[in-house]
Design a protein around this ligand. Structure first.
Ligand code: DC
Length: 673
């Protein structure tokens, strides 16, 4: 085992130096306190009375000699171990330690020191910058108070006077400066092991670190890591982590833990031709993942180009993992197969089935990554999915905005017997045949594809919309009653005979009721016996109920009621004309209405055949025996009239023979017998 490196980082006073010293002694490691090196440079700068913050006053750095051995610090050959702990140095070291020029030099020294043997190096940036490939990285920390206390004790034992509060304040200030400076700030390496020493004794901490070192050493043996003690024999294509040690305009030199440093030219670092120099692009200490591109007798050429491909493809895998859509440029079309699109220097494939008309060579479009083959660094993308989602999104927004009751203009998209599909923007609704009109119409004749139509939304559920055109049209009743009014004379067709009247159709789908009491003035008119379905009847509208959509009709309102003029009473003498002779008597016309003379009231003598005495058209006088205008009932007696007439002529006879000896009483006795 020739080379084993332990990196210990941590804030001021965390115990790094003391602990590193103990471990180095016990395990036979070389110890390098890098803080002491920065302190030595600061001391030299103070001795030279330069402006500490001014980098270009540090020319002496190129000739300085700092040797750290067994805890003793030699600055240009002189032991300055005590001087570098002075208050003045402590207060100024942060200013010096943040300068790039100083750090570059120190880092170089420190790396050189770590090239051979077993070394434990403590500082702030050992695991992150100086020795990123260290075998073991520890990050020691402790609360600021605990650290201040330790520093006080340390000073006391060295005979330096100190004040806890002042030291605590200084420690906090130094923590802040160390971890906020621009170059190599204090920070824990990702692969470092954190040990918080606040509640630990020095022995506890040391034991823990011994254990960790032992474990690592054992593991290395198990894996025959001895081979690694010697720089590995590299081959073209090997992957290495190189730490930048020197930066020139077009070339950088990287420490790849080999006999010689690796070289990388700018065009093997980036494909971006607009970048002309490494200056400002990388800094000393940066670790670069790269590949051995070429090996010559005296040089190892490194390249990052393959790494760029791998890193670039990570954009694709990351986007897929984060379910993020990406903006790509359409590079070219592969006939009948699809398109090649580019995304951050990756070429991705879009099959024809996943393309849409918006995929045009040269254009930028957003696509969804549907499949990734990490091994082959291939990915399949789709534009169609995005557009489908956009379509669905727009459609559901439109659907949500449509409410039952809305009146919308749409276009007929399809017509079938059962109904038509009406398209709005993206949403379609169904207009069932029955909703087209109030009367039955053949929808396939009424509508044609492409026609504009105004409809009302009558139902909306489960992503479906039902429409009605008839809801926007007047009902046949409304149309009819708009053009007709009470008292109008109209004709209706008998469509139904009901117990209480007739149902007449006045217009398609408009019906009216002719109540039985409105058919005729004649209470004895049995119209049901002769009126047939389909007969046309002239009627007058006598009422319209718009709420209930009902029309009431009357036939008798259009007819004359002869009985209205009849004022005669029982015993009145009237003229009659015989209109019919029946077995039961004579039908007569009288006072403009029909009357009846029963058989036994037609003649003076009884039981005679009346047809021998009367003929149709004969006229006579008769006396009313019964009259009821409501029931159209008029009964008459010719017999009574005749009897009266006979008595009259007899009385006249008596008047003419006043000298007769026979008294009136005697004569009447004879007649009235
Ligand atoms: O560990 P210390 O207190 O002796 O360190 C002195 C200063 O040097 C401290 O302010 C941080 C700085 N330093 C550094 O910047 N990098 C290192 N590797 C070690 C110390």
């Amino acid at each position: 085992m020739n080379n084993f490196v332990v990196a210990i980082d941590g804030p001021a006073g965390s115990g790094k130096s003391s602990i590193s010293k103990i471990i180095a002694k016990k395990m036979n490691f070389t110890h390098l306190d890098t803080g002491a090196m920065y302190r030595a440079v600061t001391l030299e700068a103070l001795n030279r009375k330069i402006d500490l913050a001014c980098e270009n006053q540090y020319d002496f750095i190129d000739d300085i000699s700092i040797i750290y051995s067994q805890g003793i610090v030699f600055l240009n050959g002189k032991d300055v171990s005590k001087d570098i702990r002075s208050e003045e140095v402590t207060n100024n070291v942060s200013t010096t330690a943040k300068l790039k020029r100083v750090r570059d030099k120190m880092v170089y020294f420190q790396r050189e020191s770590a090239k051979n043997g077993k070394i434990i190096m403590d500082g702030r940036d050992i695991g992150t910058v100086v020795l990123p490939n260290a075998n073991l990285k520890i990050f020691l920390t402790a609360s600021a108070e605990a650290r201040a206390k330790r520093r006080c004790l340390e000073n006391e034992s060295s005979g330096i006077e100190s004040n806890f509060e002042t030291i605590l304040k200084e420690i906090k200030e130094r923590d802040y400066k160390d971890s906020h400076r621009e170059i190599s700030p204090l920070k824990m390496a990702d692969d470092a092991i954190l040990i918080d020493t606040t509640e630990m004794t020095i022995d506890d901490v040391c034991n823990k670190i011994y254990k960790l070192i032992d474990e690592r050493l054992k593991k290395m043996e198990e894996f025959k890591m001895e081979d690694l003690d010697m720089p590995k024999k590299l081959h073209v294509g090997d992957k290495v982590n190189g730490t930048v040690v020197v930066i020139k305009d077009k070339t950088i030199y990287l420490d790849i833990h080999n006999f010689t440093e690796g070289t990388m030219h700018l065009d093997h670092y980036t494909k971006d031709k607009s970048i002309e120099s490494f200056k400002g692009l990388v800094k000393v200490g940066d670790v670069i993942n790269c590949e051995v591109a070429k090996i010559s007798e005296d040089n190892i050429y490194l390249s990052r180009l393959n790494q760029i491909v791998i890193e670039n493809f990570k954009y694709v895998t990351d986007a897929k993992a984060e379910e993020k859509d990406i903006e790509v440029k359409v590079l070219k079309e592969i006939k009948d197969k699809g398109y090649i699109v580019t995304y951050k220097d990756n070429q991705l494939f879009m099959p024809k089935s996943m393309a849409t008309p918006s995929v045009v060579v040269g254009q930028n479009i957003t696509v969804r990554i549907v499949e990734v083959d990490e091994k082959k660094r291939n990915a399949v993308v789709s534009r169609r999915i995005i557009e489908q989602e956009e379509y669905q999104d727009k459609r559901s927004k439109e659907f949500d905005s449509i409410q039952v009751g809305d009146v919308l203009k749409g276009t007929v998209a399809k017509v079938e017997k059962y109904g038509a599909l009406i398209k709005f923007d993206l949403v379609q609704g169904l207009l069932k045949t029955g909703q087209l009109s109030h009367v039955f119409v053949d929808i396939t004749k009424e509508l044609r594809v492409g026609q504009e139509i105004e409809v009302k939304v009558i139902h909306k559920a489960d992503g479906k919309i039902e429409l009605s055109r008839k809801a926007l049209l007047k009902t046949p009743f409304e149309e009819y009653t708009d053009s007709h009014k009470v008292s109008d004379k109209v004709t209706g067709k008998v469509v139904n005979k009901l117990g209480f009247g007739l149902l007449l159709e006045l217009a398609p789908n408009v019906k009216g009721l002719l109540h039985s009491s409105e058919y005729s003035h004649n209470p004895n008119d049995n119209y049901n016996n002769y009126v047939k379905i389909g007969d046309e009847v002239e009627v007058a509208i006598i009422a319209i109920n718009k709420d209930k959509e009902k029309i009431s009709l009357s036939r008798k309102a259009l007819m004359d009621n002869p009985w209205e003029r009849v004022t005669a009473k029982v015993n009145d003498l009237v003229d009659v004309t015989i209109t019919a002779i029946t077995d039961s008597g004579l039908n007569v016309a009288c006072l403009g209405v029909d009357g009846f003379v029963p058989k036994q009231e037609a003649l003076l003598e009884e039981n005679k055949d009346i047809s021998n005495y009367y003929a149709i058209g004969d006229t006579s006088k008769a006396i009313i025996t019964d009259i009821n205008p409501k029931e159209w009932k008029l009964k008459l007696s010719i017999k009574k009239y005749l009897a009266k007439e006979e008595r009259k002529s007899f009385e006249k006879y008596l008047d003419d023979n006043t000298e007769a000896t026979v008294s009136l009483g005697d004569m009447l006795k004879e007649v009235l017998k």
